[in-house]
Write a protein that binds this ligand. Structure first.
Ligand SMILES: Nc1ncnc2c1ncn2[C@@H]1O[C@H](COP(=O)(O)OP(=O)(O)OP(=O)(O)O)[C@@H](O)[C@H]1O
Ligand SMILES: [Mg+2]
Length: 238
């Protein structure tokens, strides 16, 4: 595969932080079209900060973000969403007072012009949501809300789905179902997936490659095979 032409996302030398405090100190990573890539790191190393910069919720101080051969570093978040970013924030963030179906309809509205992906596509991957489509989102379990948050992003037909700790607060059987759904999005819809996790098993379940993040920097880039090699796995267990 020609990585240069097949690259969907490239983050290069990213610096960002809060007030005057730098958190990201030269983060670089890239994702090829159709890849599933994980970023793993302990609490507070800056994983969510990378995601926020990437989708345009936090200003980039230095460095560039290139998406589908376009420099999006200065684009506002809504323009990035229209360009093909789909974001599922840490702790999901569904509208609790709206039903499942209403949440999905909002996803379609904010997802841009592609109106042909109706909730049925989401229900196909997450049948549980169909059963619960009239339930208020705030009354559902953590795992059901996570599926809904992912479904809402899916309705916008993102080229790149960005997930911040999708396994957090979700019971293992549902984590497994979510992992399978993410793989299906890639295999059946061609969605590229970038996600951050502290849970090594979730990374290993679906990521083809992963980056290790420590204190505002990416310190290593590993394939699935590397991670499974004896000593590396022990070092990474968080
Ligand atoms: N809104 C904010 N204002 C000031 N500092 C912040 C803000 N958000 C995060 N930080 C700080 O930035 C650093 C990185 O936070 P970030 O949320 O990116 O870490 P993380 O790797 O996602 O952690 P976790 O695994 O707990 O989600 C932390 O020291 C945190 O306290
Ligand atoms: Mg975080």
């Amino acid at each position: 595969m020609d990585m240069a032409t097949d690259r969907i996302l490239e983050i290069s030398g990213l610096w960002a932080g809060y007030d005057a405090t730098p958190i990201l100190q030269g983060v670089s990573l890239s994702v090829a079209r159709g890849e599933i890539v994980g970023v793993i790191g302990r609490n507070g190393v800056g994983k969510s900060t990378v995601m926020r910069c990437l989708i345009g919720l936090l200003e980039t101080w230095r460095g560039t973000i290139t998406f589908m051969d376009r420099d999006v570093t200065a684009l506002p978040a809504d323009a990035r969403a229209r360009a093909g970013f789909g974001y599922i924030p840490q702790g999901r963030d569904v509208f609790p007072q709206m039903t499942v179906e209403e949440n999905l309809t909002v996803g379609r509205l904010i997802g841009g012009p592609n109106g042909k992906k109706l909730p049925d596509l989401v229900y196909q991957y997450f049948p549980r949501l169909k059963e619960r489509r009239r339930q208020l989102a705030g009354t559902m379990s953590g795992g059901e809300q996570q599926q809904l948050a992912i479904g809402r992003a899916l309705i916008g037909s993102p080229s790149l789905m960005i997930l911040d700790e999708p396994s957090e607060g979700v019971q293992p059987s549902i984590v497994q179902h979510i992992c399978e759904a993410l793989k299906s999005f890639r295999d059946e819809l061609g969605t590229t997936i970038l996600f951050v996790e502290q849970n090594l098993d979730t990374i290993l379940a679906i990521a083809e490659r992963c980056y290790i993040m420590e204190k505002g920097k990416i310190t290593r880039s590993l394939t699935g095979e590397d991670v499974n090699a004896d000593n590396v796995r022990a070092q990474l267990l968080l």
